[in-house]
Design a protein around this ligand. Structure first.
Ligand SMILES: [Zn+2]
Length: 336
């Protein structure tokens, strides 16, 4: 009997695998046009991995995360009219949704439109108990005293961004950690917003939107955060959790100044979001925009071309600089 059961199991596995294959293929075809030789290898790799998944527990979490990373557009059934438009390919740019003020009610819309997006969890809580505690954690644990006893709740903040002008922050709270995280990711996708970038530093006249165009300010509770444009190569001189948001939003160089109880991370992050929102809310004249190289949302192809052009100019200049040096050296040699 046992052998038969094993055989049946193998058969079921064999039956399951062909059903999985077309999905994997569809995803590969849509997302990456990989050469045909590589595709079957990946499939072979995937199939044996999925088997121990069902039996071995410790691997499950890791595999699940990988599975979540691959979003299947075909399996998604949109419920809102906006979602239908996105799935049909009517809307291909997230700017259309954000500029017209439509409300995103399905996180899948962002999955489809915001390619190369990354997610991260912010450290808003701290460990408690023995050995001092106080170490920063992803989940903020709070408790309510009731007749039955303590009822803990877990809260977390998730960030999503594509490193190119778009980011979203979502707060999730639940009785357990996993649903809290799910909520946070979902809300971060619904709260997607865009920023404008530029180069407002007087020390740097590069013309690339690597920093922010002007000084911005945000406040929440006692916490006040000021972000200032910095020259290229400075990096993100901000508190770490804010730096995570800024990096995901696509800002590379910034200086900062804070005031108040910045250890209250929730307030600090809210101040950061408020400050970033003022980037797009501030109205600038076209002359000012040109002066500070303001780019709203993603960097367009033209801007990229300009950047490449500048890079190429730099390279040419450096080559020109090198050449005379060489000629000088050769002259010196001839003199000797
Ligand atoms: Zn610059």
């Amino acid at each position: 009997m046992t052998k038969k059961q094993v055989q049946e199991k193998t058969e079921t596995n064999a039956k399951e695998t062909p059903t999985e294959k077309p999905i994997v293929k569809a995803v590969e075809e849509t997302k990456t046009e990989a050469p045909k030789i590589e595709a079957p290898k990946e499939e072979r790799d995937n199939v044996p991995i999925s088997k121990p998944d069902n039996k071995g527990r410790p691997q499950q979490g890791r595999r699940d995360r990988n599975a979540r990373a691959v979003f299947d557009k075909e399996a998604w059934k949109p419920k809102t009219s906006l979602g239908l438009k996105v799935k049909d390919g009517e809307i291909t740019d997230i700017d259309y949704i954000l500029d017209n003020g439509y409300r995103i009610l399905e996180p899948e819309i962002v999955d489809v439109l915001l390619k190369k997006s990354e997610t991260d969890l912010l450290l808003i809580g701290q460990s408690k108990g023995k050995f001092g505690g106080g170490q920063r954690r992803v989940f903020r644990q709070t408790q309510k005293k009731t007749m039955e006893g303590n009822k803990p709740k877990f809260a977390t903040l998730a960030v999503i961004g594509n490193h190119d002008g778009y980011f979203g922050v979502g707060f999730g709270k639940a009785k357990e950690t996993v649903p809290a995280r799910e909520k946070a990711f979902r809300k971060s996708k619904l709260n997607i917003r865009k920023i404008s970038r530029g180069c407002g530093s007087w020390e740097c006249n590069c013309g690339n939107p690597h920093s922010i165009p002007f000084k911005i300010h945000g406040k929440c509770g006692s916490v006040e955060l000021t972000l200032m444009p910095a020259p290229i190569g400075t990096g993100l001189c901000v508190e770490k959790e804010c730096a995570k948001i800024l990096a995901l939003a696509g800002i590379k160089d910034v200086w900062s100044r804070t005031k108040g109880k910045t250890k209250t991370k929730l307030n600090l992050i809210k101040a950061c979001i408020e400050a970033l929102d003022s980037l797009i809310k501030t109205r600038l004249t076209s002359a000012q925009k040109k002066e500070m190289c303001v780019v709203e949302g993603k960097i367009t192809v033209q801007a990229q071309d300009e950047a490449e052009f500048i890079d190429s100019m730099d390279v040419e200049d450096s080559e020109k600089l090198k050449q005379p040096e060489e000629s000088k050296q050769s002259e010196k040699k001839s003199e000797k």
